[in-house]
Design a protein around this ligand. Sequence first.
Ligand code: HSE
Length: 411
Amino acid sequence: MAPEPVVSTVAIRTPYAARHLRIGLFGFGCVGQGLHGVLNRSAGLQVQVQQVVVKHRDKPRNAPAELFDYAPEAILANPAVDTVVELIDHAEEAWQIVQAALQAGKAAVTANKKMLAEHLREVVQLQEQTGSTLLYEASCAGSIPIIRNLEEYYDNDLIDLLQGILNGTCNYILSRMYDEGAEFGDVLADAQRLGFAESDPTLDVDGFDAKYKLVILTLHAFGVFLRPEQVLNVGIRGATAHDFQFAREKGFRLQLVATSQKVGDTGLATYVLPHLVPASNLLYNVSREYNGVIVRTAFAEQQFFQGKGAGGFPTASAVLADLSALTHHYRYEYKKVYQGTRLQPTHQVELPVYVRHTPDSPLLARLNLRDIQARHVSGGYAYTIGTVTLADLLPLQDELNTGESFVAVLG
Ligand code: HSE
């Protein structure tokens, strides 16, 4: 006799029918192609790609030729398209596309963090005015489901820290320099070949990309609209063999970390800086193109997300999740904005730092470095460990991004 089935066969009724989406896709680069591949393998999703608009006619593309067009109107004025997926490189062109899509009553999905960070208030207002939906999970931390978690799961648990490795390219470069002693230029070229880096890799290397993502996540975590230029971004260009040697000897890893932290009851400090991360930190084991995000809240305490932060398929997986959410009529409510807490951006936060500099450099005085705990000079290598405030670092951002010296937060 056949055994009884373990699982009940009673059907679970869906409360409402999932929408069928008819998509117009802008861009067929690394993520666009990834999405095409992912959609072909996602049988359960009610999605049909109607049209793909690309810039260059002559590139070979591994999808049927009749899918492609070269005029944005082929999607934006096409009544058969109800959902626009924007995966192009250029932030301002992306913004034009997103505005036109929402104004035409279409839903939109984007991965463009620069565009979002620069237009965040307008993004929220436009959705309110038009009633159309814009989702952008793929814009932050690649495959990690962080925006929707901040919106929905951490709805009422008070967040006091959001901290993460948000740029896959920098983490890939730093991991390989630390583990293999590889050269910066060689590893950056590998990151470009693998499709992790931005077409202008300065955005990765100098911490701009991580900052754009931090600006977006800060809105969903704390309800605070920041302008990108309010947030310090110092990248990894200055990291030399001496700094990696220091990190190895002291048991740290060198990582580019983005932080949004409450200061007192009313302040919020946000910054992107290299860190010398101890093994006790959850970010320590995040390596190569992986990203990691720590969320610390009043009641759940510390929680940690990890996943691939760059690359065609991992990023496409987040676009896929947004499309799936659209089929269920999901939209962001920007709950923290409407919860009434008003945190004010502050630069009055103290950071323990390692500063590598040339001997007798005026940098230490200009940084107003104090509480000096260690000094070291041998040959051309000198470092000092002490404390700075974020306010003292801000005016030196461009100088620090030239790579002449190197600052990393200890912790
Ligand atoms: N250049 C970005 C990164 C791509 O390296 O993280 C994903 O946003």
